[in-house]
Design a protein around this ligand. Structure first.
Ligand code: RET
Length: 231
């Protein structure tokens, strides 16, 4: 994550074209925040034991705190590229925050209520979070994709590549959660952590590398956005 941050920052430094600043700031902040979050987990800060149905589970809650900030930033990148309206950006960010917040509730819950055991209540929160996730994907593949169709062809192509990368990677997160120690416990903590690390690297550093590959395409996206009426 640190190498990714340095790489994006260095490329931004030499980019010269001031119009690309937004893309570089947002994209560099993403692995930078992840680096801090992983450092805190490595140093034993963002880790917690929760009591679930007679057992104890180790939970790395710092990753949710990080996702709360980095996932909206990834969506802002996609929205900038698509030339989305402000209202669409707001909707995406709100849905995303609700998804991560309810995911955190799923992760931290130790209460049994309404006749459900602790594991059951955790699954209910997982379902709520996955509901927000589904609506988010609906906006990403519907509203945002329709908007990107008005952008120059290379911008639209880049948007579609990153949208598909995002859709494909993000959908694995709830699956890993469900299979892992927070959920049904099929996946041991080691493998759950390894899966999240691989996904995080691809969703942040992989995403950023593809996004920042062509300065000309990004400049085209900024110009197209400036040419459309403000909203
Ligand atoms: C949780 C658990 C509950 C259900 C759902 C989840 C979704 C998480 C997602 C995370 C994406 C993170 C990324 C980070 C890297 O940049 C919270 C795991 C739906 C989609 C992309």
């Amino acid at each position: 994550m640190l190498a990714g941050t340095a790489y994006f920052a260095a490329r931004g430094w030499v980019a010269r074209d001031g119009r690309l600043r937004g893309f570089y700031l947002v994209t560099t902040a993403i692995p930078a925040l992840a680096f801090l979050s992983y450092l805190s987990m490595a140093l034993g800060y963002g880790v917690l034991e929760v009591a679930v149905d007679g057992g104890r589970r180790t939970v790395y809650w710092a990753r949710y705190a990080e996702w709360l900030f980095t996932t909206p930033l990834l969506l802002v990148d996609l929205a900038l590229l698509a030339g989305a309206r402000r209202s669409t950006v707001g909707t995406l960010v709100a849905l995303d925050a609700a998804m991560i917040a309810s995911g955190l509730a799923a992760t931290l819950n130790t209460e049994a209520v309404l006749g459900l055991d602790v594991g059951g209540v955790r699954l209910v929160w997982w379902g709520v979070s996955t509901g927000f996730f589904s609506v988010l994907m609906y906006y990403l593949f519907g509203t945002l994709t329709a908007r990107a169709a008005d952008a120059p062809l290379d911008v639209e192509r880049l948007f579609l590549t990153l949208r598909n990368l995002t859709g494909g990677l993000w959908v694995a997160y709830p699956v890993v959660w469900l299979a892992g120690t927070e959920g049904l416990g099929y996946l041991p903590l080691y493998w759950e952590t390894a899966a999240f690390v691989a996904l995080d690297l691809a969703a942040k550093v992989g995403f950023g590398t593809v996004l920042l590959r062509s300065h000309r395409t990004l400049a085209g996206a900024v110009a197209a956005r400036a040419a459309t009426p403000a909203d």
